[in-house]
Each structure stands twice: as structure tokens, then as C-alpha cells.
Design a protein around this ligand. Structure first.
Ligand code: IMP
Ligand code: MG
Length: 177
């Protein structure tokens, strides 16, 4: 098993890059189908989703916009459970089809918060796309419209996901060994 050391911990490959690429293409195709006849605005949640957002957005064939927001709710390998802040959107979302792009939904605290915040602007629709979902960690009854992979409650890094700021540049997704 291919492994890497990040700071004090060893991680091993969990989802190889080729599998991620293929799944991102599938999600893109689904979005193209579902959102045809709309001009969606994608909202990528920094920092974790930047790589997924870039790859997913390149699959989008209709006229579409992308913008970036930032929420902070996590440190080290354990969720703090509190969403600290959001750096807002300047675009007007009223009447728009909004697609939030996240790297991972863990407890769902961030997802709930973001959906509520963006709905305050009266969009036509708010959809949620997450590369990863930890169904066993979820503590809200939310529906994630587009999920790349359901994963167990392991700590993951790579393809945008970090361990204390490191590991985002890895092409594969790794899990704590
Ligand atoms: P939630 O609010 O508990 O759903 O946490 C969401 C955020 O926590 C994600 O956007 C990630 O930034 C971070 N996070 C959750 N699980 C992991 C993980 O396994 N690795 C890296 N970051 C994670
Ligand atoms: Mg994140």
C-alpha cells in the first residue's frame, strides 16, 4: 500500500486519482443534465474544495459562473463542531440556481449553515455537491444532492483536503493509517 508521512502521521491511499477523475466526470455529466436551461452559479467553499471545484467546473458545459467563499470549522483531525465564520459572496443570488461545492461533509454543520446563509438571498434553488460524505458522522437530516464517494469515519487528506494545512497537493485521497 502506497503511503505518505505528513507531520507525525502516516496515511495510505484510499481513493486513487483515476477513480476521482472518473467520478468527477460523472458528477459533471449529471449536473449538465439536471441544470440544462439554467445559468447556475457555483459556490466553492475554500480551502478544501478548490481542486474538486476546478475539476468539476471544467466539466460544466452550459453558461455558468463560479465564486468562492470561506468557512472555518475544523482544526487538526477532530471537528470542533462550531462554524466560526463565513467570508461572504458579493454576487446577487436572488433567483439564481446555486450549487455549493464542498470537499467533504462530515457532521453536516457547515453544510446546514451554508445552505441557510445562502437561502437568505432568495435563490431559485440551492443544490449541494460534495466530493465526499461521511454518512456515519452526519448529525443533521440533510440531503446532499451530488456525492462523489461515501466514506467511513476515517480522517482523509489529499486532493484539496488537509491535515493541519498540509497534504492538499496530493493527487490521490489518503486515509490515516
Ligand atoms: P462538518 O461541518 O463537520 O461537516 O465539517 C466539514 C469540514 O470539515 C470540511 O469542509 C472539511 O474542511 C473538514 N473535514 C471534515 N472531515 C475531514 C477529513 O477527513 N479530512 C480533512 N478535513 C475534513
Ligand atoms: Mg471544507
Amino acid at each position: 500500500m502506497e503511503s505518505v508521512i505528513i507531520k507525525d502521521k502516516r496515511f495510505e491511499v484510499n481513493i486513487p486519482a483515476a477513480k476521482i477523475d472518473q467520478r468527477v466526470k460523472e458528477l459533471g455529466a449529471k449536473l449538465n443534465e439536471d441544470l440544462k436551461n439554467t445559468r447556475p452559479i457555483f459556490v466553492s467553499v475554500l480551502n478544501g474544495s478548490f481542486m474538486f471545484a476546478a475539476d468539476l467546473f471544467r466539466e460544466i458545459k452550459m453558461e455558468a459562473e463560479i465564486t468562492f467563499i470561506r468557512v472555518s470549522s475544523y482544526s487538526g483531525t477532530e471537528s470542533t463542531g462550531t462554524v466560526k465564520s463565513v467570508v461572504g459572496i458579493k454576487e446577487n443570488l436572488e433567483g439564481r440556481t446555486v450549487v455549493i461545492i464542498e470537499d467533504i461533509v462530515d457532521t453536516g454543520d457547515t453544510a446546514i449553515y451554508l445552505i441557510d446563509e445562502l437561502k437568505k438571498q432568495n435563490p431559485e434553488k440551492v443544490l449541494f455537491a460534495s466530493l465526499l460524505l461521511k454518512p456515519d458522522a452526519l448529525r443533521h437530516p440533510i440531503k446532499i444532492d451530488y456525492v462523489g464517494f461515501e466514506v467511513p469515519n476515517d480522517f482523509l487528506v489529499g486532493y484539496g483536503l488537509d491535515y493541519d494545512g498540509l497534504g492538499r497537493n496530493l493527487k490521490d485521497i489518503y486515509k490515516l493509517a
